[in-house]
Write a protein that binds this ligand. Structure first.
Ligand code: CAA
Ligand code: FAD
Length: 380
C-alpha cells in the first residue's frame, strides 16, 4: 500500500483547509449556538466542487478519487463537523448511490444538480422502530402499476429540510423481508411529503436533522433505483462508502482538537513552565498523535480499496469504528488539556467533544460496525 499523496490530492487537501480556516471558522461557534444550517457555506462548497467530489465530470462532478474525498473531509471536519456531515451525505450516500446504481435518466435529472451543489440530497433509511435493525422497515411503497404509493415516517434525517432530493428506503413486498425493500427517489414538494420539526441536538447543531412523514406520496416507477427488491442491498452498499466519509469526519474532529491542545499546551503555564512540560500532558499528546495517525491510515486504506474497486466493506467499518473512538477519546482529553478554558465555547474543544459523539452513532453505531467486522473475520 502506498499512502504517498499525489500533487492533485495535496491541492484538494490544501483547498479544503483554506476554505475551513477562512470561511467556516469565523461563524462556527455562532452556527452551533443558534443551530443554524451553513447555507451560504454549503453553496460555496458546491461552487468549489466539494459537493460532488467523486462524480464523473460528465454529470457535473469533480471526478476525484476517494482518497481526495477523505483528505477534504478531514480538513473540513477539523473546523466544522456540522458542515462536513452535509458534504458527506451528499457525496458518499446520495451522489454515489445514484451514480453507481441509477439509470441514465436518473443521473441526468437528479445527479447533475446534486453534484454541482445546486441541490442537496438526503438519505432516508432510519425510522422510529428501525435504526440498527434496518431490515425492519415500516415505511411502505405499494406497487400501483405505474407508480408507488409511499406511506410512513423516517427520522433523524440529515439535510432533512435543506434537501430537495431524497433517497427513501421502503418496503414493497413485506412477505419477502429485506428482499422486498426498494429505494425510491423522492422530491420535496411531492404531495403528501411533510418535513417535521428540527431536532435539538447535543452536537453537530448546525446540521438540520428532521423527521419526514409520507402520506400517500405518489412516486413514479422510474424513480426506483435498481431492480425490484434491490433497496436493502443498495442501502448497505451505499453505507459502506458513507462510513469512509464519517470515519474521515471523526478523524478530522480528532485532529482539530489535537492541534488546539498541542498549541495550548505550549502557551499555558502552570508551576512555572508550559503545561506540555508536565509529563501527564505530554503523554496525552503522545496518545492523541499516535491514535490519529492510526485512524488516518485506516481511512486511507479503506479509500484506496474503494478506488481500486476492491471490496471495502470491512475496511470502512474498521475505519469508522476506530476513528470514531479516537475522536471521542481525543476530544475529551483536549478539553482536559485546556482545563477550565476547555469548558467554554470560545476555545472550540467543548464543541468538538459534543460533535465527536455522533460519529459513534450514525451510519451504523460502533456496535453495528463490530457486527460487520466480527461476521467478516468469522466468515459468517
Ligand atoms: N453489501 C451488500 N449486501 C449486504 C451488505 C453489504 N455491505 N451487508 C449486508 N448485505 C445483505 C446481506 O448479504 C443480506 O442479503 P442476503 O440475504 O441476500 O444474503 C441482507 O443484506 C441482510 O443482511 P444481514 O442478514 O446481515 O442483515 P441484518 O439484519 O443482520 O443487519 C446490519 C445487518 C449490518 C446490522 C445492518 O442492518 C446495518 O448496517 N444496520 C445499521 C444501519 C445504518 O447504518 N444506518 C445508517 C442510516 S444513514 C445515516 O445514519 C446517515 C447519517 O447519519 C449522516
Ligand atoms: P438503536 O438501533 O435502537 O440502538 C440502540 C443501542 O442498541 C445502540 O447502542 C446500538 O448499537 C445497540 N444495538 C442495537 N442492536 C444491536 C445489536 N444487534 N447488537 C449490539 N448492540 C445493538 N439515519 C438516516 O437514515 N439518515 C440520516 O441522514 C441520519 N442522520 C442522523 C443524524 C443524527 C444527528 C442522528 C442522531 C441520527 C441520524 N440517523 C440517520 C440515524 C442513525 O443512523 C441511527 O440513529 C443509528 O443507526 C442507530 O439507530 P437507533 O437510533 O434506532 O438506535
Amino acid at each position: 500500500m502506498n499512502f504517498e499523496l499525489t500533487e492533485e490530492q495535496k491541492a484538494v487537501r490544501d483547498a479544503a483547509r483554506d476554505f475551513a480556516q477562512n470561511v467556516l471558522k469565523p461563524g462556527v461557534i455562532e452556527r452551533d449556538t443558534e443551530q443554524r444550517f451553513p447555507k451560504d457555506e454549503v453553496k460555496q462548497l458546491g461552487e468549489l466542487g466539494f459537493m460532488g467530489m467523486m462524480v464523473d465530470p460528465k454529470y457535473g462532478g469533480s471526478g476525484m478519487d476517494t482518497v481526495s474525498y477523505v483528505l477534504a473531509m478531514e480538513e473540513l471536519s477539523k473546523i466544522d463537523a456540522s458542515t462536513s456531515v452535509c458534504v458527506s451525505v451528499n457525496n458518499s450516500l446520495v451522489c454515489w448511490g445514484i451514480e453507481k446504481y441509477g439509470t441514465e435518466e436518473q443521473k441526468q435529472k437528479y445527479l447533475k444538480p446534486l453534484a454541482s451543489g445546486e441541490k442537496i440530497g438526503a438519505f432516508c433509511l432510519s425510522e422510529p422502530e428501525a435504526g440498527s435493525d434496518a431490515t425492519s422497515q415500516r415505511t411502505s411503497a405499494i406497487d400501483k402499476g405505474d407508480h408507488y404509493l409511499v406511506n410512513g415516517t423516517k427520522n433523524w434525517i440529515t439535510n432533512g429540510r435543506t434537501a430537495s432530493i431524497y433517497l427513501v428506503i421502503a418496503q414493497t413486498h413485506a412477505e419477502k423481508g429485506h428482499k422486498g425493500i426498494n429505494c425510491l427517489i423522492l422530491e420535496r414538494g411531492m404531495e403528501g411529503f411533510v418535513v417535521g420539526a428540527k431536532e435539538d441536538k447535543l452536537g453537530i447543531r448546525g446540521s438540520d436533522t428532521h423527521t419526514l412523514m409520507f402520506q400517500d406520496v405518489k412516486v413514479p416507477k422510474e424513480n426506483r433505483i435498481g431492480e425490484d427488491g434491490f433497496g436493502f442491498k443498495f442501502a448497505m452498499k451505499t453505507l459502506s462508502g458513507g462510513r469512509i466519509g464519517i470515519a474521515a469526519q471523526a478523524l478530522g474532529i480528532a485532529s482539530g482538537a489535537y492541534e488546539l491542545a498541542l498549541a495550548y499546551s505550549k502557551e499555558r503555564k502552570a508551576f512555572g513552565k508550559p503545561i506540555h512540560q508536565h509529563q501527564a500532558i505530554a503523554f496525552k499528546l503522545a496518545d492523541m498523535a499516535t491514535n490519529i495517525e492510526a485512524a488516518r491510515l485506516l481511512c486511507l486504506k479503506a479509500a484506496q480499496q474503494k478506488d481500486n474497486n476492491e471490496n471495502f466493506d470491512l475496511a470502512s467499518s474498521k475505519a469508522k469504528l476506530f476513528a470514531s473512538k479516537v475522536a471521542m477519546d481525543t476530544t475529551i482529553e483536549a478539553v482536559q488539556v485546556h482545563g477550565g478554558y476547555g469548558f467554554v465555547k470560545e476555545y472550540h474543544v467543548e464543541r468538538m467533544m459534543r460533535d465527536a459523539k455522533i460519529t459513534q452513532i450514525y451510519e451504523g453505531t460502533s456496535e453495528v460496525q463490530k457486527i460487520v467486522i466480527s461476521r467478516a473475520i468469522l466468515g459468517e
